[in-house]
Design a protein around this ligand. Structure first.
Ligand code: AP5
Length: 217
């Protein structure tokens, strides 16, 4: 079956890390709304200009902008063989819009992975995260350090810290998660789609667990 997967979980739970792993292992398209927004901000597109202040302060970008952006992304050819949605939907309104969008083409989400991770752990992970602005590779100064400090293993670019990865903004993002995104667990549970994994576990343990869930789709 074609896997159409949603990754749910607080910021720093590992959604991006594991979406990249699943993309490599299964060749399923990785659709990260955060990555698309950051690319638009870096290029200074009209969408990027509208989204910049929200993204950098850890607030949600308005639903209408996001839904249109995802609609365009899901019409691209590489998503025809399935996709992993990382960071979308993030509100019940977005989830309903996605359902309507998919119903029109007789399609639906068939798996939702919920990464349950403690707030204290995700704060530590995000404070230590470093990312490659060129190829989006993702590191952690202690847990997953690059071979050479500050340099991307894959493309040798200098790593950066995201503007929203400072403690005060991380706490704001967590608040937004608990208020606006966590209700989606119940939304998708009522559709029988949710598999919860322990987001506090090590990457190896999680990769094995995720592979089992994907193989069962
Ligand atoms: P987005 O980029 O989606 O950020 P996020 O949801 O806050 O998620 P993160 O990327 O911070 O965390 P992650 O779960 O991917 O963790 P990662 O794998 O990197 O969104 C950014 C902003 O864009 C939002 O705040 C909003 O403004 C806007 N936006 C995006 N989508 C939107 C939408 N749908 N609607 C409205 N606005 C939207 O891991 C974190 C760190 O921990 C890394 O360093 C990693 O190496 C390490 N790590 C991961 N797993 C483990 C592990 N198991 N053990 C040890 N270390 C680990």
């Amino acid at each position: 079956m074609v896997a159409r997967i949603v990754l749910l979980g607080p910021p720093g739970a590992g959604k991006g890390t594991h979406a990249k792993f699943l993309n490599k292992k299964y060749g399923i398209a990785h659709v990260s709304t955060g990555d698309i927004l950051r690319a638009n901000i870096a290029e200074g597109t009209p969408l990027g200009q509208k989204a910049k202040a929200y993204v950098e302060s850890g607030q949600l970008v308005p639903d209408d902008l996001i839904i249109e952006m995802v609609r365009a992304r899901l019409s691209e050819k590489d998503t025809q063989n399935g996709y992993i949605l990382d960071g979308f939907p993030r509100t019940v309104e977005q989830a309903k819009a996605l359902e309507t969008m998919l119903e029109k083409i007789k399609s639906k989400i068939n798996l939702v992975i919920n990464f349950a991770a403690d707030d204290g752990i995700v704060v530590e992970r995000l404070c230590g995260r470093r990312v490659c602005p060129n190829c989006n590779a993702n590191y952690h100064i202690k847990n997953i350090p690059p071979k050479k400090a500050g340099i991307c293993d894959d493309c040798s670019s200098s790593l950066i810290q995201r503007k929203d990865d400072h403690e005060a903004t991380i706490l704001d993002r967590l608040k937004v998660y608990h208020e606006r995104t966590k209700p989606l667990i119940e939304f998708y549970q009522s559709r029988g789609l949710v598999r919860t994994v322990n987001g506090n576990a090590t990457i190896d343990v999680l990769q094995a667990e995720l592979a089992k869930h994907i193989d069962s789709v």
